[in-house]
Design a protein around this ligand. Structure first.
Ligand code: HEM
Length: 144
């Protein structure tokens, strides 16, 4: 297949996926509220809170980055250019057993804020996938 044709198909597919995400109720406004609520809660989480507190000194740029990240995965926009796996490799205190706790809090936040169940599932599918990838790179032992 010609390269131009292949990239045209990718763009078309991306536009279709973006349209269907918007149809179920995903929007930049919702993502912004989700991210603000989730990271507000994470700061009060017994296990995850101290880890974020030790790594993030300035929250507004982190929140802005997380909004771009979720727009990227949930709306197929191309704003986030970070390196998910490499960044977490630098979070030395993170352990694989913490990922289900992260996912639990994320799901609770979605249930409290999402416009409908389909949106909850849309985000959870994406989060579980990335959570599994991240967990497989994290040490499994409990921290000392
Ligand atoms: C045990 C679970 C997790 C912990 C403890 C954790 C912790 C952190 C911390 C401390 C940072 C900031 C790192 C820094 O700026 O130095 C970070 C960044 C980030 N996390 Fe996580 N995280 C977890 C799971 C996840 C999951 C499941 C996702 C995605 C669904 C995710 C997505 C991100 C993204 C996109 C960033 C920004 C990366 C960048 O700077 O480009 N995290 N995480």
């Amino acid at each position: 297949m010609r390269v131009e044709l292949a990239s045209e198909l990718v763009l078309k597919k991306r536009a279709e996926l973006q349209r269907s995400s918007r149809e179920i109720g995903v929007s930049e406004e919702y993502i912004s509220m989700l991210v603000d609520t989730f990271y507000d809660r994470i700061q009060h989480h017994e296990v995850l809170g101290p880890i974020f507190a030790s790594k993030i000194k300035d929250w507004p740029p982190h929140l802005a980055k997380m909004k771009l990240f979720w727009e990227g995965v949930a709306l197929r926009s191309a704003g986030y250019q970070g390196k998910l796996m490499e960044v977490h490799a630098g979070v030395e205190q993170a352990r694989a057993w913490m990922v289900p706790q992260w996912l639990d809090l994320f799901e609770k936040t979605l249930r409290d804020t999402a416009p409908n169940e389909v949106v909850v599932e849309h985000f959870m599918l994406l989060a579980r996938n990335m959570g599994a990838r991240l967990a497989s790179t994290m040490p499994s032992a409990a921290p000392e």
